[in-house]
Design a protein around this ligand. Sequence first.
Ligand code: MTE
Ligand code: LUZ
Ligand code: MOS
Length: 764
Amino acid sequence: MKNIDSKSHVRGESVYLDDIPLIHGTLFACVYDSPVAHGKLLNIDTSQAEISEGVVKVITAKDLFGENQIGGIIPDEPLLAYDEVHFQGMPIAIVLATSEDLARKAARKITAEIEPLEIITDPRVAAAKGELIVPPKKFKMGDADKAFATCEHVFEGRADINGQEHLYIETQGAYAVPTENGGIKIYSSTQGPTAVQRAVCKVTGWPMHQIEVDVQRLGGGFGGKEDQANAWAAICAVGTQLTRRPVKYALHRMEDMRMTGKRHPYSADYKIGLNKDLKIISYEAVFYQNAGAACDLSPAVLERTLFHCTNSYFVPNVTATAYSCRTNLPPNTAFRGFGGPQGMFVIESAIAHAAEKLGMSASEIQAKNLLENGDEFPYGQRTESEAITSWKQADAKYDFARLQREADEFNAASRYFKKGVALMPVCFGISFTKTPMNQARSLVHVYTDGSVAVSTGAVEMGQGVNTKIAQVAAKIFGLPMEKVRLHTTNTLRIANTSPTAASAAADLNGQATQMACETIRHRLFEVAKDLVEAETVRDLSLEGGFVHRRGERTSLDWQTLVMDAHLKRVNLSEHSHYATPGINFDWTTAKGHPFAYHVYGTAIVGVTVDCLRGRYEIDYVKCCHDFGSSMNTSVDNGQIEGGIVQGIGWMTMEEVVYDAAGKLRSNALSTYKVPDIYSVPKEIAILPLATDRENLAIFNSKAVGEPPLMYGIGAYFAIRNAVKEFKSSPPYEGGVAAASADGVVLSFDAPFTPEKVLMNLYKT
Ligand code: MTE
Ligand code: LUZ
Ligand code: MOS
């Protein structure tokens, strides 16, 4: 079944923030942001901006009625800088003008006197200076130190992982409209309508029931709007509060890239110990997370790095320590995988390191250490593992040995082009790791004409959650999809929402919708029972728009039943609440059962590297993926393909560059390269894992949003294998530089850009 948005998307009729008709008198906001990364803010001069054409008001921190604070987890993030600036791009003042252009023109006339302070951009430097966002976090199982002494092989090294720009097609933005009695309605491009509501309430000083947040859909979020939509909505709301006029702010691409945070870069040290049978006996990792200048979601991201630090492997002795380091970069934030991919990259690096030193393929070590059913994670939960099953089913379908052999044969015959192959197993926990966030609500109305309206806390951002929720209602009421309509995510209809994140939106909001629909259906059956002379409601079902009695269609159709129920004064609306059962986590012991279940999968990635130029192509990504029982294969396959390409982009070509002054050098699409149609894999093959296990998710499906991104990590190691192949093959004659088999382990430093590939090919 197609995504219900496909037609309006293709016709350009889908409504995003910029498509909302503007009310007469709307003002446009633009911020003046810090030109330096760290300093004392001595003076702000807004006088020239105030007299600039079209300017209605200029706002600085002293004008705020409420608290100058938008920090979520800890209150360390002012909306507007007042005493210090902490990163380039930190908002200092807001200009409100009668047009976007005039607002931007005026903002450029603001100046600030800033006394420079020391700039830190490296998380290890920050850690050494004690600049931590929160105290370090640790996972411990067994005794890693002791276990290393028993190991046959021990390897130590370092892995560095860069950040990633979200590059949602729709930039951040909001539109605030004044309503009666000092209220504000805010249209926001956010994954977290309630997060926006809270931030707005804090800076305006108004109670939550005065603020309505409404979201139609996003042109992509990818985690970048889980927390970081708040500032722009708060800026518009403050503008509306001070002028009682509508205020809109939609960021330009370069403003967005400069002022918002990205995926967290990490630097990590690892130590891995194997016994003579290649079993990983002990693993130690220390993670330095580059959090940027404020907390944002960094501690939660840090925790997920620890949760996924052993990926799909069972390791009996683990010590993993993680530091969230404060630097003078924009606060980094959620990004598909939420710290998990960084944790996985490090253990995959450790395994690749061991394999290279032991002269074997990493897949030999990977295969010997996959989680078995019942194995314990370092955080205490035991797994219902599909790690081995997905590996075996992928092997049976794609034949790993054949793919490796084809690469070997190609390499033997080719001097300047080399192929590399790598395997990437993935195990990703589903549920917000903060247990209280795992709840959702749904409001279902059946109207007297038989049409159905559904509102939930889920935000549609291209991932197809609305399609899945409509499917739930359609299935329970036995109706065609056209009878069901999903409405905007709105804090008046659904309160206290968790953000649409952690891949759990369809699951949580779908189950709440299922409950609401079942409650209404039960009431309808009570009415129908007499009309079709059934003995019990258990004999009734709804299919194809008709009531069925013991599986046989009756003459009672849906619309007649609904109208009849209404005339009998039966409630045709329901608001239901779902909370994931059986999950918990205790940070005092760092043990618990945080995830409802895990998603498993195995991918094999093949690449060809042009060893003269350093360029490469991704030949294929073939995976066996655990969808559970997919609710919608077209939506889910789209999530797999998009996730894989986004993951490959992160690992291979997307390079976020800040200079030592904390200035973003990759600040536009001319300097930040994302995958295009020419760089995506030539083939993506998806094999649904066949299992018959029950799990906790809606209709026995499994969450799909984030896990496939991590297959992209395989591309890094496949390229690495091709590079090593070139370096260990005989030097070519007459070449500009001789490749050599130096036996030195290349550094683990993602992304593996063509530039880095080239340097590594000829580094002796
Ligand atoms: N797919 C599209 N097209 N656009 C997005 O912004 N976000 C991803 C993923 N897939 C995203 C996407 C992220 S980060 C998450 S957490 C999930 O979708 C959230 O949606 P879900 O919970 O409904 O899977
Ligand atoms: N957001 C969050 C997330 O707040 N908690 C999580 O555990 C999480 N996991 C993945 C993505 N976003
Ligand atoms: Mo996704 S990082 O949970 O928004």
